[in-house]
Design a protein around this ligand. Structure first.
Ligand SMILES: [Fe+2]
Length: 219
């Protein structure tokens, strides 16, 4: 089993992730600032411990047809340093749906891949980091995460959350525990989001990127 310090490409993915959470603005929001700090602190602590990088079987999904375009577009944006680092690990990613029954509208247009977490590739019990990729004109139904604080960073494309705004690369979307959110993507380009989840080890271990339908209509 290799350590993060031996896996130079993964090391720089982690470093650039940290930089995004260090240098992106909280827009004056105290809860967002404290979430950014929490992500940074947990990531720093993990990196200092030189965690194992677990070997996972690479997997692709139909949405990966859009990955090159999403990465190319992402290289033009202010979060390009993270996108550039990600390009060197894309062959190793395990893309998943996270549902037992995938909603029909998501089969070709959605997938997520973990970068750090209890199942790796970079091992952590305290923090989950990953990527979500959407094709154009995709709706990701309302969902919430119990006991997990979540942020998405837009790396490529444009996204709207719960019809409340339009977010371009560099934007951070924050979802506190149990807040229902629904995502839609732009008409012509794929959207690549990075995400970070913080919570107790127990909650992190037992949740996947799947959704629980909100009990009420949220759109
Ligand atoms: Fe979410």
């Amino acid at each position: 089993m290799s350590k993060l310090s031996d896996q130079v490409d993964w090391h720089y993915v982690m470093r650039e992730f940290w930089n995004v959470y260090r240098f992106s603005s909280a827009g004056g929001s105290k809860p967002i600032r404290s979430h950014q700090r929490e992500v940074r602190n947990r990531l720093s602590a993990e990196m200092e411990g030189d965690p194992p990088v677990l070997v996972r079987e690479p997997k692709t999904l139909p949405v990966c047809a859009w990955l090159n375009r999403a990465l190319d577009q992402g290289l033009l944006e202010r979060t390009a340093p993270l996108v550039r680092a990600l390009r060197h690990v894309t062959d190793e990613l395990t893309w998943m749906y996270g549902y037992e029954r995938v909603p029909r509208g998501l089969i070709r247009k959605y997938g997520y891949a973990e970068l750090m977490g209890p199942d790796g590739p970079v091992a952590s019990e305290r923090l989950i980091l990953g990527l979500v990729l959407f094709g154009p004109r995709c709706t990701y139904p309302a969902h919430s995460h119990h006991g997990i604080s979540e942020s998405y960073i837009c790396l490529s494309g444009v996204v709207s959350e719960s019809n409340a705004g339009v977010y371009a690369p560099g934007s951070l979307l924050f979802n506190p525990p149990s807040k229902a959110h629904r995502i839609t993507t732009g008409d012509f380009e794929p959207t690549l989001l990075a995400y970070a989840w913080t919570g107790t080890s127990d909650k992190l271990r037992n949740q996947k990127m799947g959704f629980t339908r909100a009990p009420h209509r949220t759109n």
